[in-house]
Design a binder for this molecule. Sequence first.
Ligand code: CA
Length: 409
Amino acid sequence: MMANCIEQLGFLAAAVLLGVSSCTGGSGGFGGFGGSGSVNCASAARAQVAVKLERAYPNLTFNAPVALLQAPGDASRWFVVERAGVIRSFDATDESTATSDVVIDITEEVDMDGEGGLLGFAFHPRFATNGEAFLSYTTSGSPLTSIISRVRSMDSKTFDPATEEVLLTLDQPFTNHNGGHIAFGPDGFLYIGFGDGGSSGDPLNNAQNVNNLFGALLRIDVDIMTPYGIPPDNPFVGSGGSSAEPQPEIYAYGLRNPWRFSFDRANGTLWLGDVGQDEVEEVDIIENGGNYGWRCYEGSAEFNLEGCGARSEYIFPVAEYCHDEGSSITGGYVYRGGAIDELQGVYVFGDFGSGTIFGLFADDDGGFDRRVLLETDLNIVSFGQGADGELYIVDFGGGLYRLVADNGG
Ligand SMILES: [Ca+2]
C-alpha cells in the first residue's frame, strides 16, 4: 500500500537524505492509498501576493540554528537557538551587527545523536519580572532522553546553567522524532511537542497510546506545584498518570513529529506542522483533547488501521501536501505584521526539504487554500515572529531571512 520510500525522518534526516531519497511508487497519482482516496496531491497554485525574502542581519551566521525568538514584549534583541546547545542573542535594532552574545551554553549536556540537540527555548510570559526561561533538549540516554527544564536569569541577558531545574524527562526509544518545540500559550501554560518515539511507522504504536507522552502535545502549568501542575481542563486531568493510565500532561495526541507550532496572536488559534512518514505533510489546528490520527492515518490517508477506531474519531489536517512538493514540514505563524497587507491572517509555513514557503488563505467554505508564496533554496528549519508581528525564516545552513513586500525592482 505504501510507496517504497526511504523514510523522511524529520528535519535532520531530510538534510541527510536530500537528493538521495527515492520513491518507487509515490509521486504522481498516489493511487495506493488503501481506498481512502482523500488526499489531494494537486500542487498548490502560486499566491497572488508580492512577497520576497531578504537576508536579515547579513553579517551574522549561526551554527545549525533551529529557532529564533524575542523575549515577550521586547523587540530590542533576537535570540537564536543553535542545535549543539548554545543560545545567542544580538541587537535587533542594528541590521549590520556582526556580533552575538552567548546567552547560555549547555553543549556538555546535549546529545545530538540522530535528530537530537537543543531543540526548543521559551521565555516565561513574565520573563521581564521573573527572569525564567525554559529549555528543551536531548541528552544521552538509551539512546536519548528528552529534557524540559527551567533556567533563571539574574541580569535579564544571560542564564547560568547552574540554575537549571529539570521539570520533565522522557526516555526516547529511538534517536529520531523527538519533537522538542516548546512555547507558552495565551493561557499562560507551557506547551511541549513530542514525536512518536521514532524509527519508522511508529512501530510501538506510541502516538495512539495516551498512557505515554509520545506523539503528543503536552500542556503544563509551570507556576504552581513542583515540578509543575496540570491545567484543570487538560483532557486527562485527575489521572494517576502511571504507565497503565492516561497521562495528565497530554493536551492533544496522534501526532508523528510535531515540528513547530504557534499561537495566532490575534485569536489564540493553535497551529501545528506534523511531519509525515512517506507521502503526506500536514497542518493541524489543535483542539483540547484532539486525536490527530497518526499512525492510523498519515494526513488524510490510511496508514495502519490495526486497532484503530472509526474515521470520525480523528481530527484531520486543515491542509496537507504530498512529497512531490516537499519532504518535511516546518510549521510557521499566522502573519500579523504590518508590512504585507495581503498576508494579514494567513498561516505561513514551509518545507525543510523543498524550501517552499506556503500560505494558507481562508476560503469561502470555512477551509483553507494552500498556495505557494515563494520557492527558496533554504533548509527552512523554523520561523520566527518579531514583537512587531513580522516573520523571519531560519535557514539550517546558518542565515536568517525576513519576509517582506516585493514592490518590484
Ligand atoms: Ca494527522
